[in-house]
Write a protein that binds this ligand. Structure first.
Ligand SMILES: NC(=O)c1ccc[n+]([C@@H]2O[C@H](COP(=O)([O-])OP(=O)(O)OC[C@H]3O[C@@H](n4cnc5c(N)ncnc54)[C@H](OP(=O)(O)O)[C@@H]3O)[C@@H](O)[C@H]2O)c1
Length: 333
């Protein structure tokens, strides 16, 4: 079995820590590990497979070492600057930030959905936005069988999607403290605002869902709109998705198709209170789907509810699964 030298950039962050955990759980063949972060964390110790590693400061020389894969989760500006430096030196970058997702030369990949796009990689591969990943895992089997005409997303996103600062703001609010990160108190609240507002009234997060879904499904004709909200949940994004298909369907067939699809667990027995809830998704790499029902207000339309741990399938697990897929497809040179 081949082994790889792996760098984790942002190793001290919420997603970086989860990446280390998932690399270990998935037994990814790591020969040498290079944890990196900013100067603030340089010299700190992190643990991997029971061993201590010292965090090094990310600099322009960090990739002079023989590194095969770098998992980046240190924000868009860091990726914008350092991913090309790494790629130039032959490192395959799997980037969690929004920096490269819509770049024509960068595949945007969810392994269950569009693994073949990896074949076109030029050393930078983007991990989609967390709310997009669980949505496309759910939409793909429906798309393949019935086509997609229109999709309406409404999300309820966990605070861990904002990193450590989001988690701390909810903890503080729960103890009666003031908000320091979100524009309003997040404890006991719902905030219809994720990422910056654009001139047309949408947020960047909403447009990420629209544009990334189209890129991953390789179809710009699907009508897509989104409303994204932040809710007082630590882990697990929930999404209500309204879908109009091109072809007619039988709702029981949709349930069967979803239950046989990779990465999906159908939990849909409402009479017995069985449906996905955020708290139960924590720690899993799967996407949970339930409340699957016809939308009576339009032809060929349905509603469903989909939940996944944003820090795992929405970030760290998807990135590690991309690395595993690259290995399987013999695309790591
Ligand atoms: N949280 C999620 O669910 C999620 C989902 C998908 C994508 N993402 C993306 O993943 C990235 C990280 O998110 P997070 O939630 O893990 O944030 P976080 O908890 O705030 O962690 C940020 C990490 O980036 C490092 N960092 C910051 N500036 C740096 C620099 N100039 N050079 C090197 N390292 C630097 C930090 O290191 P220090 O310890 O030195 O500060 C820390 O390790 C973001 O781009 C985010 O959009 C997050």
């Amino acid at each position: 079995m081949k082994e790889y030298n792996v760098a984790v950039v942002g190793a001290t962050g919420l997603v970086g820590q989860k990446m280390l955990q998932v690399l270990e759980e998935e037994n990814f063949p790591v020969a040498n590990l290079y944890p990196m972060a900013s100067y603030r964390s340089a010299g700190k110790k992190i643990q991997f497979k029971g061993k201590d590693y010292e965090v090094e400061e990310l600099t322009e020389n960090s990739f002079d070492k023989p590194i095969d894969i770098a998992l980046f989760s240190a924000g868009a500006s860091t990726s914008k600057k350092f991913a090309p430096i790494a790629a130039e030196k032959g490192v395959i970058v799997i980037d969690n930030s929004s920096a490269w997702r819509m770049d024509e030369d960068v595949p945007l990949v969810v392994p269950e959905v569009n693994p073949d796009d990896l074949k076109e990689h030029k050393n930078i591969i983007a991990n989609p936005n967390c709310s997009t990943i669980q949505a496309v895992v759910t939409l793909k089997p429906i798309y393949d069988n019935y086509g997609l005409k229109r999709v309406i997303y409404t999300t309820m996103q966990a605070v861990s999607g904002s990193g450590q600062k989001g988690v701390e703001d909810l903890q503080r609010g729960d103890q009666g403290g003031e908000n320091e990160f979100y524009p309003y108190q997040i404890s006991h609240n719902v905030i219809p605002h994720i990422d910056d507002f654009l001139e047309d009234g949408y947020t960047k997060e909403e447009m990420k869902m629209v544009n990334e879904t189209r890129k991953i499904l390789n179809n710009n004709r699907i009508g897509i709109t989104a409303t994204t909200t932040r809710v007082p949940v630590f882990y697990g994004h929930s999404e209500a998705i309204n879908i109009e298909t091109e072809k007619p369907f039988n709702i029981d067939d949709i349930r069967t198709i979803l239950s046989k699809s990779p990465g999906i667990v159908v939990q849909d027995d409402p009479q017995n209170n069985i449906y996905p809830v955020a708290i139960n998704s924590e720690g899993s790499n799967d996407t949970f789907v339930g409340r699957i029902r016809e939308d009576m207000s339009a032809p060929n339309a349905l509603n469903l509810w989909c939940v996944s741990d944003n820090s795992r399938k929405g970030a760290a697990a998807n990135a590690v699964q991309i690395a595993k897929k690259l290995d399987e497809m013999d695309l790591i040179k």
